[in-house]
Design a protein around this ligand. Structure first.
Ligand SMILES: *[C@@H]1O[C@H](CO)[C@@H](O)[C@H](O)[C@H]1NC(C)=O
Ligand SMILES: *[C@@H]1O[C@H](CO)[C@@H](O)[C@H](O)[C@H]1NC(C)=O
Ligand SMILES: *[C@@H]1O[C@H](CO)[C@@H](O)[C@H](O)[C@H]1NC(C)=O
Ligand SMILES: *[C@@H]1O[C@H](CO)[C@@H](O)[C@H](O)[C@H]1NC(C)=O
Ligand SMILES: *[C@@H]1O[C@H](CO)[C@@H](O)[C@H](O)[C@H]1NC(C)=O
Ligand SMILES: *[C@@H]1O[C@H](CO)[C@@H](O)[C@H](O)[C@H]1NC(C)=O
Ligand SMILES: *[C@@H]1O[C@H](CO)[C@@H](O)[C@H](O)[C@H]1NC(C)=O
Ligand SMILES: *[C@@H]1O[C@H](CO)[C@@H](O)[C@H](O)[C@H]1NC(C)=O
Ligand SMILES: *[C@@H]1O[C@H](CO)[C@@H](O)[C@H](O)[C@H]1NC(C)=O
Ligand SMILES: *[C@@H]1O[C@H](CO)[C@@H](O)[C@H](O)[C@H]1NC(C)=O
Ligand SMILES: [Zn+2]
Length: 526
């Protein structure tokens, strides 16, 4: 490995990461022209765009245990305060290190390490690390193959096919999409819904939650069209596009002391705040906290940390990241996690809750937030680094050399050919790709067999009628063909299977079982 050459090759990944900014309100009530009848549009299949939490849950219930002024005030809530943690672009050792420095040492209230969502573009991605990150319980989602705005369909579909073929991610597990540069249209959303995606998360909530006409809606389905980005994107709003059951998860902007005109979205720590000319971590921390509190004390719309991890990567050769910025982000998360009812989640986990909004007091036993570790001891190429030793192939392409468990393709995957045939000219046995009825940690791509035959580790057939020639994708095979025979079995989510391994974490909150709400403890002047 030549570190210098590698650095030069990786630099484009750094410049690609500059996307996702927003300079003002991207919608308005008039531009949205949105109407939806909540008595007709009901969970779990339908949800109107609304600033109120789903399921009629109450964001704030004030309880005065002592009936006199200046006494203890208990602001209680049935609604969790979610921090959605996402990362975009290529997956490399540097970017995973970067995410780990913020999440690896944390626990949610149920004792599980927080999971996050990675919107992967494949240019410069090290495929085997995607496998590992998925098997560790994180969400892997689609950000196009070569990172293009207003993506052509084959950029979206090809990402799905290549992640399945070369990283062994089950097709059924790839449910979300974010457009590079957050640049999408009516047609992007229409294709995503047709391709079997569950949600898009490219739209922006660009007006403060405290403003009268805020567009900070909880995640909603597009049964009645989009209600965000109405001023900026093509062919959306006034009821368009109508995509029943397909979800939009807005990205919630942050606002500094200038309010609406001090808008920030992705990597807020790279921006200067309050009209200043240089980055000031203290000022960033202050508005991250004030925006969080506006959500927390209001309708508890999720708070997003939308990151490009390369910008905070300390292991990336030749790039210096200010330690104060890293410490500031950790200080923010430390501070947020001691507020009552705060959970750090992936987009997929957030959406599971919105579809089935149990009160905060029941979240510790909520299946999609649980964690488990697959017990696999065999030396196979399965996304568990200890089991993979010596079994990975290095595919030495000049753009970016990557590692994979699933056999090197003869050419780099492209949108037109996302699953090329494997190199076997050196006498190597081809590796078999993950089929629809096995899950990643139990699949042995060398022997081509599933180590677990019980219902707990099989996947149901979630074939998608996308890809060249309208192929109904099922995974499996050796590469070269996009379709293979489908298979059926029952699906038990890899992450939701076992009881939490760790004891319940401690946080300064009081559970009031009778009320089914969770309260913070504050002394305030009333
Ligand atoms: C790619 O993955 C391999 C295997 O885990 C690892 O040894 C290597 O350091 C990774 N390189 C990058 C740049 O991510
Ligand atoms: C990366 O993207 C550029 C264009 O954006 C393309 O020319 C190049 O082939 C891509 N490389 C890979 C490995 O996909
Ligand atoms: C979106 O992408 C298209 C095609 O690349 C480009 O013409 C357009 O300017 C982009 N729009 C924005 C808002 O970036
Ligand atoms: C919202 O509207 C009310 C009454 O229409 C007004 O008094 C209030 O100032 C408005 N708030 C904001 C933040 O614009
Ligand atoms: C949205 O896109 C679909 C599919 O391309 C098309 O049928 C429809 O007319 C478009 N709607 C608008 C408002 O552009
Ligand atoms: C930021 O705050 C810390 C602690 O309050 C202080 O020590 C530091 O000097 C501040 N930095 C700036 C640039 O204001
Ligand atoms: C893996 O090892 C653990 C203990 O080392 C054992 O309890 C478990 O049964 C083993 N699992 C398999 C599938 O062999
Ligand atoms: C998965 O499907 C294939 C093809 O239908 C079948 O041969 C295999 O036995 C199935 N594996 C399991 C574990 O059910
Ligand atoms: C794809 O396969 C699934 C499962 O076999 C089937 O239900 C679905 O109808 C197929 N779709 C198309 C378009 O063939
Ligand atoms: C691709 O599929 C065709 C028939 O559908 C088959 O004859 C051929 O062997 C397959 N190729 C590979 C590499 O699996
Ligand atoms: Zn991007």
């Amino acid at each position: 490995m030549r570190p210098f050459a590698l650095l030069v090759l990786l630099l484009p990944a750094l410049s690609l990461a500059q996307d996702g900014s927003v300079s003002g309100a991207t919608s308005s009530a008039a531009a949205a022209g949105y109407s939806c009848d909540p008595t007709v549009c009901k969970l779990p299949a339908c949800n109107c765009a609304s600033t109120s939490p789903p399921g009629g849950l109450s964001p704030v219930i004030i309880i005065f245990p002592l009936r006199r002024p200046n006494s203890l005030l208990f602001p209680c809530s049935e609604v969790p305060m979610f921090i959605v943690y996402t990362a975009d672009d290529a997956v490399q050792s540097y970017t995973l290190d970067s995410v780990n420095q913020f999440l690896a040492h944390r626990k949610n209230p149920n004792g599980c390490q927080p999971k996050m969502s990675y919107y992967v573009s494949l240019n410069y991605t090290n495929y085997t690390l995607v496998t590992d990150w998925y098997v560790a319980g994180n969400e892997i989602a689609d950000h196009t193959m070569t990172h293009v705005g207003l993506p052509p369909n084959n950029e979206i579909d090809g990402n799905l096919i290549a992640l399945n073929a070369l990283a062994g991610i089950p097709l059924s597990a790839i449910s979300g999409f974010r457009a590079p540069y957050l640049n999408f249209s009516n047609e992007t959303l229409t294709h995503l819904a047709a391709a079997g995606f569950t949600y898009d998360t490219s739209a922006t909530a660009s007006i403060p939650v405290t403003a009268n006409y805020t567009d900070a809606f909880w995640p909603y389905t597009l049964d009645y069209g989009l209600a965000n980005n109405c001023l900026t994107n093509i062919g959306v709003c006034h009821g368009q596009p109508k995509l029943p059951g397909f979800w939009e998860v807005p990205m919630y902007a942050l606002f500094d002391s200038r309010g609406q005109s001090g808008i920030h979205l992705m990597d807020p720590w790279l921006d200067s705040a309050n009209g200043g000319t240089t980055v000031d971590d203290n000022a960033t921390l202050a508005y991250m906290q004030s925006t969080f509190m506006a959500h927390y004390n209001g309708n508890r719309q999720p708070f997003g940390l939308y990151t490009h991890p390369i910008h905070t990567a300390t292991t990336y050769p030749g790039v210096q990241v200010p330690l104060s910025t890293i410490n500031m982000i950790n200080a923010f998360l430390d501070w947020a996690q001691v507020q009552a009812g705060v959970w750090i989640v992936s987009t997929e986990q957030l959406l599971s809750w919105v579809q089935n909004p149990v009160p905060l007091s029941q979240l510790n036993s909520f299946e999609p937030l649980k964690c488990s570790t697959p017990q696999v001891n065999a030396s196979i190429c399965d996304g568990i680094p200890a089991n993979e030793h010596g079994l990975l192939d290095l595919c030495a392409f000049s753009d970016f050399p990557f590692f994979t468990c699933y056999g090197c393709p003869v050419t780099e995957p492209t949108p037109d050919n996302p699953n090329p045939v494997q190199v076997t000219s050196n006498g190597q046995q081809p590796r078999e790709r993950l089929p629809a009825n096995c899950s990643t940690p139990w699949w042995d791509p060398i022997a081509g067999k599933c180590l677990c035959t019980g219902s707990s580790c099989q996947f149901q057939d979630n074939s998608r009628p996308i890809g060249p020639n309208g192929a109904n994708l099922t995974g499996g095979g050796f590469g070269g063909n996009v379709s293979s025979p489908s298979a059926s079995a029952t699906f038990v989510p890899f992450n939701g299977n076992a009881a939490p391994i760790f004891p319940i974490g401690t946080w300064p909150a009081i559970m009031l079982g009778v009320f089914g709400v969770v309260c913070g403890l504050y002394t305030v002047q009333v």
